[in-house]
Design a protein around this ligand. Sequence first.
Ligand code: IVH
Length: 673
Amino acid sequence: MTREEAKKRIEELRELINYHNYRYYVLNDPVISDAEYDELMRELKQLEEQFPEFITPDSPTQRVGAPPREEFGTIRHALPMLSLEDARNEQEIRDFDARIKRALGLPPDARIEYVAEPKYDGTSLEIIYENGRYRAAATRGDGITGEDVTPNARTIRTIPLRLLKNDRFPIPERVDVRGEVLMKKADFEALNREREKRGEPLFANPRNAAAGSLRQLDPNITAQRKLDFVAWGLGLVRGMEFRTQEEVLEALSAWGFKTSQPRRLCRGIEEVLEYYREMEERRDDFEYELDGIVVKVNDLSLWDRLGTTARSPRYAFAGKFKPREKTTRLIDVVYQVGRTGIITPVAVLEPVEVGGVIVSRATLHNFDEVRRKDIRIGDYVLVHRAGDVIPEIVKPIKERRTGNEKPIEPPTHCPVCGAPTVREGAYYKCVNIACPAKLKGMLKHMASRHALDIEGLGEKISQLLVDRGLVKDPADLFYLKKEDLLRLPGFAEKSTQNLLDQIEKAKRIPLSRFLFALGIPGVGSHTAKILAQHFETLDDLMKASETDLLSIPGIGPETARSIVTFFREPRNREVIQKFLKAGVTPLPEKRKEVKESPLAGKTVVFTGALKSMTREEAQRLVEDLGGHAASSVSRKTDFVVVGENPGSKYQKALQLGIKILTEEEFLKLVGRA
Ligand code: IVH
């Protein structure tokens, strides 16, 4: 690179880094991952090392964080709050060790004593204690001056307002305690769920949530957020001397702080590496997010000998874990059909390495989530992957939009079988009862207790029947032949006969259970019962229009549409015919004796509150007795039943001269009194 090129790139990098500092520190809303930020910083540092003539005091490499926000007062740190240099892998950790030994004039095989601690992914804070009393607290800010967050930090319960007295570590006249303000992963998730409900923007991760919560202008808000504080070191101390970092942590603990745990005293870098590997492996087991380990020379007299650079000390460094967040581009969306017919949108990503694994797909969960996060095709997105969890999209980077991004539309048809989809809450489902993607799940559902109740037809056997091609649609169950089953592994004479007997028994089935077994989206066993009370035969239901269905109490528009779409689908009608041909007989549940009932063919309207039953129960009773429960009064109404505090329907009934019944009269009429 020529001098000119280097100069240009340095300028570019500074501008970029300044912008990202602002997003991160001021807005608590970063638009690139930490790893990508570190990469920019590394490149800038390298160029400045190569061309030191271009270093300026205002270069981002010359300071630690962002300047304090104006709304807050400022506090000058008695000793600067530096940051740590990062080692990104085992080799870089060894390099740090070698550098320390060189600086101390020690041979390469010498073993330095280190304290290794978890590196908490939070936001750092300095708290000033005078004679053991909480005086003030400041964020790191730019390392020299921080924001005065004294009233906010006071609300954090793990920050002692008075240091605990103890014999081993008498309380110094002045001590500046440093540590990390944190939010537990579980509390972060709960906070985001709440914010989601209120339609507020979500925090990208626990660190942003902690920083955002601490830097509230109203400390009452800080108090409501569940923040924690873990102490990892000291700034200025007056009236006391420490010899080792271990001793410092013991003193902090004795004064009443949570300190970094589990930490380890390591002799030599090999023991540090062991700790590093163990911690990276266990990182999901901790209630706080960790992003690495911090390695500190234990002997404080060596700290003075090693000294610091402008940004960071030479006696400590961070061993970073593999980053779990990266940005990449969402190039397409595909749809996956689950065993229950739920269609999940899945983002196809430009492959990117996250946490040691190449990620090229991420779940988008459902369409409510896509809408809420406003994710579009073509967006740059922040991708998160933790442990064995499926990668997720944290948010789109709206700042990088070009205007050519396309919205993600819900699927109108199943990507596997082409059948129409219907909406069920946040989900879209395929209506085809014979969709290959859901066949195994469908069989399991059909066999379940509230459906056909076929004992012995569990997940394993369903799988076997489908895999061997014996069942291609759910009705095939009723065409299974003994000789076919006997050829399957694990099928003996007796168990085969048992299964066939169970299937035979399932043929005479109450209509409601048959409807539930069909797996119509939105039709659970309760709704199936409502339908079976209303329609005498399956045929009647199959002919019903959306309007007919909507007039039934308890059936909403989504379910009505789903039922009509389901029965309109030719493949479903075919399979239903196949069931019936095999001898499956859905038994009517609607009461037959309705002709003799006093309500047969009568239209009844209820108004006001009933004492002996709910409105829905009363309406069901009318329907059971062959009547029709309507919701408004007209000339066609035969009876208006008046409960307590009747509404305008009562007036209308009087006007039209319709027969009015009290609740007691109604109960007498239907033979319930
Ligand atoms: S010691 C000179 N110990 O990581 C700085 N820092 O980039 C000495 N951190 O600013 C820092 N856990 O906010 C130390 N156990 C730990 C830590 C820790 C998290 C943060 C801290 C610091 C940053 C280093």
